[in-house]
Design a protein around this ligand. Structure first.
Ligand SMILES: Nc1ncnc2c1ncn2[C@@H]1O[C@H](COP(=O)(O)OP(=O)(O)O)[C@@H](O)[C@H]1O
Ligand SMILES: [Mg+2]
Length: 363
């Protein structure tokens, strides 16, 4: 049987392993956590991401190694790539890890994005506030996710308050984008073919994805632009696998926010809603197998279950509901599961959102 190694055994790794199984492809995952979500559906090696013994056990006999998170030490990925093929490329991984390299790649590739400035000290922060104009969003270059490691600075006093943080360095400041909505383009590249899922409409709360709807009802010219930007990234990084590009829709077109060199939360609806899920297509792409069609069967919506899960019975009673639980302990701001409504019933969506909100807000 074909064996695929996956760095990370969270929910994305688990959904990759579940998608691989019907094709006779086995996955082995590496994660430092004692009971990550993929436990129980695939073989999990418990070790730190930079543990060479763990990395060797992950790679042994694998056809290819991929990753389900971008916050993998680049040395770990490089170590593995000396033993077995790693996909997507290390270049894509390192650009996606560092918000500064990422923005520089957008700029070099002609992909529009918000004005930004590197912040290595307080003087650079003050300079950025002048150059970009307030409000700005100050973000850690490395290791941020789900809105963590970010704060918005609206006043000169807030800029001064952040001066000591800025002195620690490793930050980037971005102009705050007045977007009309957020969308994402999920693309997949195999050996010689590229396919695109429909553009997804995303709603966030506190920096965390809350609801995705697909296909987004949007000007087709913007869909073409999003495909073009994703293609530039795929080409630049000699890419293989699924890539997700998060974008802001503004009155003057799309601005890229960030890209993920992996399957993405805004693509979870494809499990039930598309001819081939993002997970199956990622496995196909990294294994060198033909890609599957990406067209949607129906309009779909996905609601994340964050912090605390609603009663599964109530969710499953909603028409068209498909429940995914990751087996994680409740914790504020933590993604514990999702429910996909496919085909989409607007009333069921409203109910799912209010159940998810009520559970999350329950003290
Ligand atoms: N420059 C910006 N202007 C306006 N909103 C932003 C900006 N940057 C981030 N956000 C908001 O915060 C969310 C999370 O930020 P993002 O850069 O995507 O980081 P993460 O890696 O945590 O997803 C975005 O989806 C968006 O809602
Ligand atoms: Mg994001």
């Amino acid at each position: 049987v074909t064996l695929v190694g996956i760095i990370g055994a969270g929910q994305l790794g688990r959904m990759l392993a579940l998608a691989a199984a019907p094709m006779g492809i086995r996955c082995r995952l590496l994660d430092p956590a004692p009971q990550p979500p993929a436990v129980g559906v695939a073989e999990v090696v418990t070790a730190a991401f930079d543990d060479t013994d763990g990395l060797q056990r992950l790679a042994a006999g694998a056809k290819v190694v991929t990753f389900e998170l971008e916050h993998v030490p680049i040395e770990a990925a490089r170590y593995v790539s000396g033993r077995v093929r790693v996909a997507p490329s290390l270049e894509a991984l390192s650009a996606a890890q560092d918000r500064l390299l990422e923005k520089e790649a957008f700029t070099r590739l002609g992909i529009p994005c918000a004005a930004y400035a590197a912040v290595d000290d307080a003087a650079a922060l003050r300079g950025a506030a002048v150059k970009l104009g307030l409000p700005i969003r100050l973000k850690t270059r490395f290791a941020g996710y789900d809105g963590r490691g970010q704060r918005e600075l609206r006043t000169p006093a807030q800029v001064e308050d952040a001066a000591s943080i800025a002195d620690a360095g490793g930050l980037i400041a971005e102009r705050v984008v007045g977007f009309t909505r957020e969308v994402s383009m999920i693309a997949v590249r195999g050996g010689d073919e590229t396919m695109f899922y429909p553009l997804v409409d995303n709603t966030h709360r506190d920096g965390i994805l809350r609801v995705s709807r697909a296909p987004a009802e949007i000007d087709p010219a913007l869909v073409d632009a999003a495909r073009d930007y994703a293609t530039r990234l795929l080409d630049a990084f000699a890419y293989r696998g699924v890539l997700a590009l998060e974008l802001f829709e503004t009155t003057s077109g799309l601005l890229a926010n960030e890209f993920a060199p992996r399957v993405h939360n805004s693509g979870h609806w494809t499990i039930e809603g598309a001819v081939t899920s993002q997970f199956a297509n990622h496995i196909r792409a990294v294994c060198g197998l033909p890609l599957g069609r990406t067209d949607p069967y129906a309009a779909c919506a996905m609601v994340n279950l964050i912090g605390r899960e609603p009663d599964p019975q109530s969710l499953l009673r909603l028409p068209g509901a498909h429940l995914h639980r990751y087996g994680k302990a409740p914790r504020p701001a933590r993604k514990l599961g999702h429910v996909t409504l496919c085909p989409l019933d607007p009333h069921a969506l409203r109910q799912a959102v209010s159940m998810a909100d009520a559970a999350a807000d329950d003290p």
